[in-house]
Ligand binder design. Sequence first.
Ligand SMILES: Cc1cc2nc3c(=O)[nH]c(=O)nc-3n(C[C@H](O)[C@H](O)[C@H](O)COP(=O)(O)OP(=O)(O)OC[C@H]3O[C@@H](n4cnc5c(N)ncnc54)[C@H](O)[C@@H]3O)c2cc1C
Length: 184
Amino acid sequence: MRAIPGTEEIIECDALILSVGLIPENEIAETLEVQIDPRTKGPRCDATLMTTVPGIFSCGNALHVNDLVDYVSESGETAGKNAAHFALGKERTLVEIKPNENILYIVPQVLDIKEKNDEVVVYFRSKEVFDKATFRIIADNKIVFEKKYAFLRPPEMEKIVADFSKFNLREYSTITAEVEVDAK
Ligand SMILES: Cc1cc2nc3c(=O)[nH]c(=O)nc-3n(C[C@H](O)[C@H](O)[C@H](O)COP(=O)(O)OP(=O)(O)OC[C@H]3O[C@@H](n4cnc5c(N)ncnc54)[C@H](O)[C@@H]3O)c2cc1C
């Protein structure tokens, strides 16, 4: 994206269409002092889509940039349902999901281990274009979820559903997410 001096040229045209990256709109989240993930540029959330500020939930493009509106509706439903549940009163114990260097971002970034966590919807994007790669979530050295991909591309958001309920997670547990490029 750096112009090479001397190569600029002017092209006459009637219209110009720009295809540029989007970032979440987070003015409101920032005024509420919600922690922002530098990877997604949206709030850090657990699987209930609650941010780092108890009682504040995030969804849709404010959470991370979704490519399809169906994911936006889905996350709106999740956040709404969990906000109603939270209003009844509960405490959280959060464990971070640490992405490896091949992952651009992952949502949720933390897991509330007091939740059931049997159907955790996870969104991620790879950092680069990878042919033949494996996405894996590991909790305390055990594989929670694994899927092979023919390719992964950063513009395409991936969605998986992971079941953490059998892994007896504790506040000191380690959860990592990795994209491993398969040997050719
Ligand atoms: C060019 C383009 C093409 C797309 N094409 C498709 C497609 O073909 N199919 C598909 O499934 N998806 C498509 N998408 C993606 C889809 O449009 C988005 O994922 C979806 O609209 C996001 O919904 P949202 O409700 O989270 O955010 P938005 O639709 O952005 O809605 C947020 C609303 O909040 C308002 N707002 C912001 N700040 C404030 C504030 N402080 N106070 C009050 N209101 C505020 C905004 O004005 C806006 O109306 C496309 C997106 C773009 C940009």
